[in-house]
Ligand binder design. Structure first.
Ligand SMILES: *Cc1c(COP(=O)(O)O)cnc(C)c1O
Length: 369
């Protein structure tokens, strides 16, 4: 028998979450963001759940080629554009829409002189200060792109730094509208947080990522509790041992947890080498939550490479072989992330290669329900 850990990718949840985005942004077309191997879900596994989208957004040419191999004929957007002159012919070969965020990319197009027409998304830096032309340089960049015979449509694109937090997006929307005033072309602004909370930013295209996978843009599970989003990834394992502790006994590396009473703990086949966050606490004020036999309990002690330990006090019937849910399905990934000082994004992207994945498809009943 293989080690009992496995993940399930839920295609019906992906399809549901795409519908949720449509309900929030009914006037917009959707770039479903599948960078980082579909946020750890696997592009191949996620594709069938998301094929109702208008286009896919990603970073790697390899991922774009994979989508074409899977039969996707619609638009594909390279969110950071291309990196080298030799990438330019591939834009035509695979019919890719490309972001253009800097003069060097315009220069590569001028030198490579592809036939076109290429669809481009010209990136405006409205305050994130990672990629894009500054507002005062934007019109000149637009005119330079417009002047290239290979350039077809130009969409105006920017990215928000605070769509999920108190500062908000007003300053960036204002910078965007000022810099693009009197320039023709559609707009593409909204990440997941703006899809949910800033309808004034929806415009022609939206670019949701994390909400398609059913996690929260803020990293706080409660913030998406009433949206209808469903977790697209769940991580499961089993108890492989049970220990009876006496008062004063400690658990795991560094003896971070000390029993103050007789208690049973379970040992789960899942550790940081599976992508479970090592910083998840098994002591103190905010121990990480976990489900054993469907009952909520918490970690005890430190996460190790291949195992975590859990308190079996609320689940007295649990024994070796009892099912454990690490996240998804009844336990929001963001709650585990919050107990680990991170956000659900990071956990799903970090699911380890060694964890076998199964797919709950759109047609069969959920394999693990
Ligand atoms: C990753 C990314 C998104 C999606 O962000 P989420 O917060 O996951 O919705 C949108 N636009 C760009 C340019 C991105 O890089």
């Amino acid at each position: 028998m293989p080690r009992p850990i496995h993940a399930v990718i839920h295609q019906p949840a992906l399809a549901n979450n795409l519908d949720v985005v449509r309900r929030y942004a009914p006037q917009s077309r959707i770039w479903a963001v599948v960078k980082a191997n579909a946020y750890g879900h696997g592009i191949r596994r996620a594709f069938a759940g998301m094929r109702g989208t208008d286009g896919f957004g990603l970073l790697d040419l390899n991922e774009a080629v994979l989508l074409r191999d899977l039969g996707w004929q619609g638009p594909i957007l390279l969110l950071e554009g291309f990196f080298q002159p030799q990438d330019v012919p591939l834009l035509e070969q695979y019919r890719l829409t490309t972001a253009i965020h800097c003069d060097e990319q315009l220069r590569m197009l001028e030198v490579a002189r592809p036939r076109g027409p290429l669809a481009i998304q010209l990136k405006l830096n409205t305050g994130m200060n990672r990629l894009g032309f500054r507002p005062e340089a934007y019109r000149a960049a637009w005119e330079r792109a417009r002047g290239l015979s290979c350039v077809g449509s130009i969409v105006h694109m920017t990215h928000f730094s605070d769509a999920d937090s108190a500062r908000g997006i007003a300053h960036q929307i204002e910078a965007f509208d000022t810099a693009t005033a009197n320039l023709p072309g559609e707009a593409s602004l909204s990440n997941s947080a703006a899809v949910l909370w800033h309808p004034q930013a929806h415009r022609a295209w939206v670019r949701p990522g994390v909400i398609l996978y059913g996690a929260s843009p803020t990293g706080i599970a409660a913030d998406i509790a009433d949206t209808g989003l469903q977790p697209a990834m769940s991580l499961h394992s089993e108890l492989i041992a049970v220990q009876d502790l006496q008062p004063g006994d400690t658990v795991g590396y560094g003896s971070m947890f000390t029993a103050d009473r007789p208690m049973r703990i379970g040992i789960v086949a899942c550790g940081y080498a599976d992508g479970y966050p090592r910083h998840a606490a098994g002591w103190g004020e905010r121990p990480a939550p976990v489900l054993v036999d469907g009952t909520r309990t918490t970690l005890v002690g430190r996460v190790s490479m291949d195992m975590v330990c859990v308190d079996l006090t609320p689940c007295p019937k649990a024994r070796v072989g009892s099912p454990v849910t690490l996240w998804g399905q009844g336990l929001p990934i963001d709650e585990v992330a919050a107990a680990s000082g991170t956000v659900g994004y990071e956990l799903m992207c970090a699911l380890a290669m060694r964890v076998p994945c199964t797919v709950a498809t759109l047609t069969t009943a959920d394999a693990t329900a």
